[in-house]
Design a protein around this ligand. Structure first.
Ligand SMILES: N[C@@H](CCC(=O)N[C@@H](CS)C(=O)NCC(=O)O)C(=O)O
Length: 191
């Protein structure tokens, strides 16, 4: 989704090839040759193939810089990468933890795991809230740092993460989810 958001923002045509993840198509040899991690996405273009959504997105930004989705100044670019890293290494795991528990039948859910993931998010959200106190987006204009969070903010809403104590983050999440690019890619996003 994060790479498709970039493709949409840049108005780039693409074909989407879906893999059967539950049946582990992503672990077949032909796919492992494209991405040794056996995960989606892989971006394939004549002359290049790239995996890891953050790397796909920077590739697209460098190859198709208009409209820009990243700052060009080195310090700001480093800040952008730090937010992407924060998203992937800190923010995503508790959100995924909540999604897994939420998918189980109610009787099999672990309240302890749910509480643990929500507590972890409540430790992380103040960092976003502080950053968004005086600006609409994480680093300058809307860009790769923000859109890296978009699908996971949408998941937060679905699994009942309460953002009411983080009003700037809640408004930012609403702005991100309201973009046309997200509207177009979210179709088919599993609950
Ligand atoms: N860090 C990777 C994460 C990719 C990832 O976890 N993809 C999931 C789907 S959203 C996947 O392929 N899961 C199947 C699997 O792990 O076998 C990225 O951002 O590209």
């Amino acid at each position: 989704m994060r790479t498709r958001i970039v493709l949409k923002e840049k108005n780039l045509p693409f074909d989407r090839i879906l893999l059967d993840l539950p049946n582990k198509e992503q672990k077949q040899d032909w796919y492992l040759a494209l991405n040794p991690y056996g995960k989606v996405p892989v971006l394939v273009e004549e002359g290049a193939w790239v995996y890891e959504s953050a790397i796909c997105n920077e590739y697209l930004e460098e190859k198709y810089p208009t409209p820009p989705l990243a700052p060009t100044e080195a310090g700001a670019k480093a800040q952008m990468r730090l937010w992407i890293e924060f998203c992937n290494s800190q923010f995503v795991p508790p959100v995924i933890g909540l999604v897994y528990e939420n998918r189980k039948p109610a009787a099999e859910r672990s309240q302890e795991k749910i509480d643990h993931s929500k507590a972890r998010l409540n430790e992380l959200l103040p960092r976003l809230e502080a950053q968004l106190q005086s600006q609409d987006y994480l680093v300058g204009d809307y860009g790769l740092a923000d859109l890296t969070f978009t699908p996971f903010l949408a998941l937060c809403e679905r699994v009942g993460v309460d953002l009411s104590s983080f009003p700037h983050t809640a408004q930012w999440a609403a702005r991100l989810k309201n973009r046309d690019s997200y509207e177009e890619v979210k179709i088919g996003f599993p609950a």
